[in-house]
Design a protein around this ligand. Structure first.
Ligand SMILES: O=C(O)CCC(=O)C(=O)O
Ligand SMILES: [Fe+2]
Length: 243
């Protein structure tokens, strides 16, 4: 049995399945410690942010090309490899991924910022692992529709992502749904009837104590994936002899 340092074993992953969400999403609170969270936050390069109109982001080891190829001379930095990537891979869900995790997208959301509903698509192996840092945020997941008429009937789920948690999206949750984050300063009406992962949360009490409200603070997410098209470039052009 593989035992990650947090005490989450492969065989107990089933206990973290979000039963009210499409198959399959898993939520693990306190996947990293507060010290590990602070360490990762201190290592995120300050000079690599790319500002979009509604959030900023950076990609490591590199952004994908227009045809979704990861061209990089190095893998992920050690501050992402340990403990985050190592611990995610120990869960076993990426066992059939061709490279394992080779890419991390870092998104930062200030209160009032979000991301439009979208799917991650065919550039990646269909397993996404998201580690949250900083503040809590609600991820909205909604069924894809084939036509306009179905739009009103589609199912939707709200996933609350707490700081230091891990969310894994696989299977039809990856292929048949869209996900997004509303551009609000506060998530409201959070309770056991509206939050799909309510029973898996690390701290339900504080949400209940604030009458089902989550006031947003800056949240940084680490989205770990396996980019399917990878091109390793040697460092020769920089005068080294690496092959
Ligand atoms: O920040 C998140 O949790 C979601 C990010 C996302 O959907 C993406 O980068 O594709
Ligand atoms: Fe996404």
């Amino acid at each position: 049995m593989i035992m990650a340092e947090t005490g989450v074993a492969t065989s107990s992953l089933e206990g973290h399945r979000i039963k009210d969400a499409p198959a399959s999403m898993y939520y693990i609170p306190d996947f990293i410690s507060a010290e590990e969270e602070a360490f990762i936050l201190s290592k995120i390069p300050a000079n690599r942010w790319i500002s979009l109109s509604h959030r900023r982001l950076q990609a490591l080891p590199a952004r994908l090309t227009a045809s979704n190829v990861l061209v990089a001379s190095a893998g992920l930095p050690t501050w992402l490899a340990k403990p985050a990537v190592e611990r995610i891979e120990a869960l076993g869900l990426l066992a059939t991924a061709p490279h394992g995790i080779n890419h991390c997208l870092i998104n930062e959301y200030e209160p009032g910022q979000g991301i439009m509903p979208h799917e991650d698509g065919a550039a990646y192996h269909p397993v996404v692992a998201t580690v949250s840092l900083g503040g809590s945020i609600v991820l909205d997941v909604v069924e894809k529709t084939r036509n306009e008429r179905e739009k009103d009937e589609r199912q939707a789920w709200r996933i609350l992502q707490e700081p230091r948690s891990l969310l894994i999206t696989t299977g039809s949750a990856y292929t048949d749904t869209l996900h997004g984050i509303a551009e609000v300063k506060e998530d409201v009406d959070l309770d056991e009837t509206t939050v799909a992962n309510w029973m898996l949360l690390g701290d339900r009490e504080s949400i209940t104590a604030s009458a089902g409200r989550n006031e947003r603070t800056t949240r940084i997410s680490l989205t770990f994936r396996d980019v399917l098209k990878e091109s390793k470039v040697g460092s020769k052009i920089f005068g080294k002899t690496k092959t």
